[in-house]
Structures are given as C-alpha cells and as structure tokens.
Design a protein around this ligand. Sequence first.
Ligand code: SAM
Length: 174
Amino acid sequence: MILFASVFLFLVALSISIVGYSLHYGISPMPSPRKAREKITALLPISEGKVYELGSGWGHLIFPLARRFPNLSLYAYEGSFVPWLVSTLLQKGLGYPNLHITRKDFFQISLKEADGIVCYLYPAAMRRLKKKLEEEGKPGLFVLSYAFSIPGWKAKKEVPLGDLLNSKVYLYVL
Ligand SMILES: C[S@@+](CC[C@H](N)C(=O)[O-])C[C@H]1O[C@@H](n2cnc3c(N)ncnc32)[C@H](O)[C@@H]1O
C-alpha cells in the first residue's frame, strides 16, 4: 500500500512538473511528428559544425540527428525538468558523444557560435527568437523550424508535409 501510494505521488509530482513548465514556457513538450523529423533531417544543409536545438523536449528530433550526423556537434536546450531528465538518461544509455543536452532557458544562451538552429516552438517564441537571431546570428546561419515561420523573414524553402493540418517545415538562411 505504501509502495502504491509512493508511486502514485511520484507520478503526480512528475505530471505537476510537466504542466507547470508547459504553462511557464507557453508550450508542452509535445514531440514533433515523424514526417517533420524526417523532413528536417533531409533538409539539414550541413553535416559538420554546431547545430542547436531550441526546446528539445524528450529528444525525438535530436537523437535521430545525432545518429544520422555523427560529425555534427549538437547542443540541445530544454527548460522543462522531466523531458530534460528523460532525454539526458536516454543519452547516457545511447551514448552519442556528439550530443550535449542542457537544462536551460534557450533565450539565456548565446547563439553566436551556432551554424544552425532546429526548433518546434510556437508563434510568440518565434517572434522573440527572430530578434535574438537578428542580434546574434552569424551570416550563413540556417534555421529549420517545424510548423511555425519566422515573422517577416523570407524562407529559402517551405516544404509542406502533406498532413491534415497542412503544416510545413521552414528553412531560413541568415
Ligand atoms: C513542442 S516541444 C518540441 C520538442 C522537440 N523539439 C521535438 O521536436 O520533439 C517544445 C519544447 O520547447 C521547450 N521550450 C519552450 N520554450 C523554451 C525556452 N525558452 N527554453 C527552453 N525550453 C523551452 C518546451 O519545454 C517544450 O519541451
């Protein structure tokens, strides 16, 4: 009975953490769909250099990228505790040496070193990210965004995924 109650309380605590961080960041750690991940992988313009994932959730996008591009240095930033913990434990098991997962608000990091950004965020975050990219992004920096465009920027490519929501992957080059 005590074990059952402890497991129940533990699960409740995890759920409260996920909901709390979703409210804080304005989005839940919902994984990108398989089609989007495949498209981002296919469109990735470089196979060496530094790519940042902003809001890496449970790692659904960053793990396939780490496997497919072993010569890329991948820096994943996730603010929500539970998805960060799960993806960090998974990485310890999978052991991709080119992947670095950090628990941090990505608006607090510098993007000056990044050669590319991948993300699946939401409109308000894209507006804020636009300003940050214009201040810190180096020439040639690419951005691959699933579902949400960067307002006011002209995409180099807009690739429809052919799903019911008519969602797209956007490729930008600074
Ligand atoms: C829709 S999920 C996408 C997850 C993952 N990128 C994928 O494709 O499966 C967005 C993630 O961004 C995280 N996030 C949003 N704003 C953030 C911020 N400012 N700093 C760190 N993480 C953030 C959320 O916690 C959430 O896990």
